[in-house]
Design a protein around this ligand. Structure first.
Ligand code: BTN
Length: 249
């Protein structure tokens, strides 16, 4: 029998502030087993990237956080975000069939410019080492009406027309993360390759707002420091942190 690296033990909560915060409290109290997942039916202060909140109707969507201890130098920290994005992308491919999904750096999975999942990856660092990683994942599963969102939100149900059991989604995600963690430990290149192939707007001339100016550029990838790489019409290479650019939808 294959043992999964992610998904056990599983702490199920009915309500939490944020499963990421709960996970961090567990780590601070007593370093839990690697692979542990905490899920909650509802979060009253779900956190998104930066200052954003993550809102989700009670019991409708997957809200979970995994704890693990990757042995990766701090200089390669962002390969973790890529690995998690690959795993969520592939999990959603399995759940939605032939629908095209894209990874929008650094934390979204999109279907036709609409957001179906978000990730909040938080790490602890001691010296040159990553002491823990919390992979917080929110997947829109059965919710059909969303408050205004930018980009607009979509769910598995809105794509397939059917309800999906949240435990089934979690099971598929456990497998996908376990698989991608193995891939990561064998080869960062394989993670990078899948990631680039699925990256939103890669190799396409696109308009962005960069540091307040309108710029046409081509996304070429993301580096180890988490910056999105773009090439402008003058062949200038831009390395942009989250918040330094905006997509124009
Ligand atoms: C984003 O797209 O900005 C990231 C969203 C991450 C949401 C998930 S839901 C489970 C976990 N707990 C949180 O508070 N946030 C993450």
């Amino acid at each position: 029998m294959k043992t999964l690296l992610f998904g056990k033990p599983h702490i199920r909560l009915e309500i939490a502030g944020s499963t990421n915060t709960y996970a961090r409290q567990l780590i601070e109290a007593n370093r839990p087993e690697s692979g542990m997942v905490i899920s909650s039916s509802f979060q009253y202060s779900g956190r998104g990237q930066g200052i954003h909140q993550w809102d989700s109707e009670s019991g409708k969507n997957l809200l979970c956080s995994y704890i693990f201890y990757p042995q990766i130098p701090v200089s390669h920290l962002f390969i973790l975000n890529k690995m998690i994005a690959c795993a969520v992308h592939q999990c959603l491919e399995k759940l939605t069939g032939n629908i095209e999904l894209k990874i929008k750096w650094p934390n979204d999975i999109l279907v036709n410019n609409r957001k179906i999942a978000g990730m909040l990856v938080e790490t602890g660092i001691k010296g040159d080492e990553i002491s823990y990683c919390i992979a917080g994942i929110g997947i829109n599963v059965n919710q059909e009406i969303f408050r205004t969102f930018y980009p607009e939100a979509v769910s598995v149900k809105m794509l397939t027309g059917e309800n999906t059991e949240l435990d089934l989604v979690l099971g598929v995600l456990n497998k996908s993360l376990s698989n991608w963690y193995k891939v990561l430990n064998e080869s960062h290149e394989k993670v990078n390759e899948y990631f680039i192939n699925q990256l939103y707007l890669v190799n396409l001339q696109t308009n962005f707002i960069i540091r307040g100016n309108s710029v046409t550029a081509v996304i070429t990838g993301a580096d180890n420091e988490g910056r999105l790489l773009m090439r402008t019409a003058n062949d200038e290479i831009l390395k942009l942190k989250h918040g330094e650019f905006q997509y124009v939808f």
